[in-house]
Design a protein around this ligand. Structure first.
Ligand code: HGY
Ligand code: MN
Ligand code: MN
Length: 409
């Protein structure tokens, strides 16, 4: 069994975790921010130092390549190094660093492999501009209109942000990879949930990945004087938002599955003064489930419920779809390779679904795709409290290494 070089892996994880860290110990490598570009530069150097071929496609996805010949279908691994604001140090970074270490070991082993290997860092996985920009580019799911509509919460368009870094967002339309050129894609990621940690299992074989829809919802009423406007004469957009929020549990119980989740993660009120009734409430609504039919039913239920609330409160209701990602089942052959690698390494593994979204579910549209999870301490993620024991990180990287070897031989 091949094994990764754990001190090199630790070194890289630790070094990358210092790029974009702020006083609150969170990471702020938002897509195409200066911190993200510093991390990209660091990764490009590490790829070259490893003697791998460095390549960046039109969506600014960074590739490290081993035995690349431009025609033999490649075995791909990778994840993302962009983060949410205030992120932990492993979400995404683990999959990229472990993938890089796997390619170094495979290169050093001198083993004759049938397929070239690639490790990728996908652009804007976390959705500053919607989500999964890099993997959607590779899967051919982007369009000029989608790129024009990709805006961040401050209203900055992805084209503007990329231009500021010397990149052209429209080049992402040329990043498409034909399915014939890819044999498989496997991503190592932290679970970002409590199951592995609770069950004391080191490795998770992912069976399926939640789909989601993410809306930017606007409720428009009337900004008015907070003192002289009687309660029964108000068109208070915030009260409309409050009523929507209190309907979430009921809507999930009546229209969702036991796995359905919904979150209002970002709220803006305007004009935002203490003595003015909010005329505008703008908020994100994100709903997830493993079943596409359930997601469609939930989208319809939320739309009907919000418009009923708006009508009753004399508010105008509109929403934009910021992201819509279908749930996927992971490739069963890859699941078997992962299980077998874990068994051969004497590491206990269990099968489980993924509550979080990942580039893997986009890559699953064009190739056989699967995921390997390692435990998140107390299920924490999207927070500086994110932690995974080094032993579990090593187990995950070794299972990834031997899974890639099985696929590339
Ligand atoms: O939001 C997610 O599920 C992922 O972390 N981008
Ligand atoms: Mn992630
Ligand atoms: Mn994330």
């Amino acid at each position: 069994m091949l094994k990764i070089n754990s001190s090199r892996l630790r070194h890289d994880i630790t070094e990358l975790s210092n790029i974009g860290r702020e006083a609150d110990q969170g990471l702020y490598r938002l897509a195409f921010s200066d911190q993200d570009m510093m991390a990209r530069k660091w990764l490009a150097n590490r790829i070259q130092e490893a003697g791998l071929a460095l390549y960046m496609d039109g969506a600014a996805n960074i590739h490290g390549r081993l035995n690349w010949d431009g025609k033999t279908p490649s075995v791909m691994t990778g994840s993302h190094i962009d983060t949410i604001p205030g992120a932990g140090h492993l979400d995404g970074a683990l999959g990229v660093i472990a993938g890089l270490e796997c390619l170094r070991i495979l290169k050093e082993s001198g083993l004759a492999l049938k397929h070239p290997l690639e490790v990728l860092a996908f652009s804007d996985e976390e959705g500053r501009f919607g989500g999964m920009f890099g993997s959607q580019a590779i899967a051919g799911q982007l369009s000029p209109q989608k790129i024009h509509q990709a805006i961040d919460p401050e209203g900055i368009n992805i084209s503007t942000a990329m231009q500021a870094q010397g990149l052209n967002a429209m080049d992402a339309l040329n990043a498409y990879r034909s399915p014939e050129g890819i044999k498989a894609f496997v991503e190592l990621h932290i679970e970002q949930g409590p199951i592995l940690d609770k069950q004391g299992a080191s490795i998770g074989v992912v069976e399926g990945i939640n789909g989601l829809f993410k809306w930017l919802v606007r409720l428009k009423g009337n900004a008015n004087h907070a003192g002289s406007t009687p309660m029964n004469m108000r068109q208070d957009a915030f009260q409309g938002l409050v009523e929507v929020a209190t309907q979430i549990e009921r809507l999930l119980e009546e229209n969702g599955s036991p796995r359905s989740v919904a979150t209002i993660g970002h709220v803006e009120l305007a004009p935002g003064a203490a003595n003015v009734i909010p005329g505008l409430a703008e908020f994100t609504l994100e709903v997830r489930d493993l079943d596409e039919q359930v997601l469609e039913t939930l989208a319809d239920a939320f739309r009907r419920s919000i418009s009923a609330i708006a009508r009753r409160r004399n508010l105008m209701f509109e929403f934009e779809v910021l992201s819509q990602i279908t749930p996927v089942k992971c490739d069963s052959a890859i699941q078997e390779h992962v299980k077998k690698s874990a068994q051969e390494l004497g590491i206990d593994c269990i099968s489980l679904p993924s509550g979080a979204a990942h580039d893997t579910q986009i890559m699953a549209k064009i190739t056989a795709a699967g995921m390997i999870f390692v435990p998140s301490k107390d299920g924490r993620s999207h927070s500086p409290a994110e932690w995974t024991a080094w032993e579990d990180i090593e187990h995950g990287a070794n299972v990834l290494l031997n899974t890639l070897l099985k696929l590339a031989q």
